[in-house]
Design a binder for this molecule. Structure first.
Ligand SMILES: C[S@@+](CC[C@H](N)C(=O)[O-])C[C@H]1O[C@@H](n2cnc3c(N)ncnc32)[C@H](O)[C@@H]1O
Length: 201
C-alpha cells in the first residue's frame, strides 16, 4: 500500500482538478460560506473558493499584522493565503506550502489574477517545512493535522520556523472515530505503521 501521504496528496489533487465531483471530504464554495468566509470574498476568488476544503475560516479570524511574514501550511487552493497576503500588504509575505502540485497550481493562478505578488508558493511537506528557522510571525494551519498521523513532527517543524513570539492560528476536526460513511475510507488509508487510535488521537 502506498504511503499514507501519497494517498492524501492524491485525494486532494483530484479535488483540485475536479472539485465538482464527489469527494470523501467537503469541498467548495458552499462549504466555505458555511464555515464563515464572506460571500463577497468567495465571489472575488472563485477558483480557491471552489477548492476550499479546510475546517474553518482561519485567515479571517487570525491576527495578521501589516508587514507580517506568514506561513500557510497545507494551503490547498489558497483561500487563506490570498486573504493573508492582502492583510499583510506589500510589506509582508506569505509562504504557501502544500504537497499537492495541483492545489498549488490553483492557488498560484488566483494570486496572479489578483495581482498579489507577495505570496511565495512552495511545494513541500509539513513534516519538513520548506522555510528557514525563526522566519515566521504567523502560521495558519487549516485542517491538515487530521490527515497526518505524524503530528508531532509537524508541531516540531512549526516550532522551528516560528520566530520567538510568533503565533499559530489553526482549526482542526477532533473526533473519536470517523463518521459512518467515512469509516471504510479511513480504514483503507490507515497503514500498518499507524492505526485508527493515532489517527484520531
Ligand atoms: C483539508 S485541506 C485544506 C486546504 C486549505 N488549507 C483550505 O483551507 O482549503 C488539506 C491540504 O493540505 C495538504 N496537505 C495535507 N497534508 C500535508 C502535508 N503533510 N504536507 C503538505 N501538504 C499537506 C493537502 O494537499 C490539502 O491541500
Amino acid at each position: 500500500m502506498a504511503d499514507i501521504r501519497d494517498q492524501v496528496c492524491a485525494a486532494y489533487s483530484v479535488a483540485a482538478k475536479a472539485p465538482e465531483q464527489q469527494h470523501p471530504f467537503p469541498v467548495g464554495r458552499r462549504f466555505a460560506e458555511s464555515v464563515g468566509y464572506s460571500p463577497e470574498l468567495l465571489d472575488e476568488w472563485p477558483g480557491p473558493a471552489s477548492r476550499f476544503c479546510g475546517t474553518s475560516c482561519v485567515a479571517a479570524f487570525a491576527d495578521i499584522p501589516a508587514g507580517a511574514r506568514v506561513l500557510d501550511l497545507g494551503c490547498g487552493g489558497g483561500l487563506d493565503s490570498l486573504l493573508a497576503a492582502r492583510r499583510t500588504g506589500p510589506g509582508g509575505t506569505v509562504t504557501a506550502v502544500d504537497f499537492s502540485a495541483a492545489m498549488l497550481e490553483v492557488a498560484r493562478a488566483a494570486a496572479e489574477e489578483a495581482d498579489l505578488g507577495n505570496i511565495d508558493f512552495r511545494r513541500g511537506d509539513a513534516e519538513t517545512i520548506p522555510a528557514e528557522n525563526s522566519s515566521v510571525d504567523v502560521a495558519l494551519v487549516n485542517g491538515i493535522f487530521n490527515l497526518n498521523p505524524r503530528r508531532e513532527a509537524i508541531f516540531q517543524e512549526l516550532a522551528r520556523v516560528l520566530k520567538p513570539g510568533g503565533k499559530v492560528f489553526g482549526a482542526e476536526i477532533i473526533r473519536r472515530e470517523a463518521p459512518g460513511p467515512l469509516r471504510g475510507v479511513v480504514r483503507a488509508l490507515v497503514t500498518s505503521s499507524s492505526n485508527t487510535d493515532n489517527w484520531f488521537a
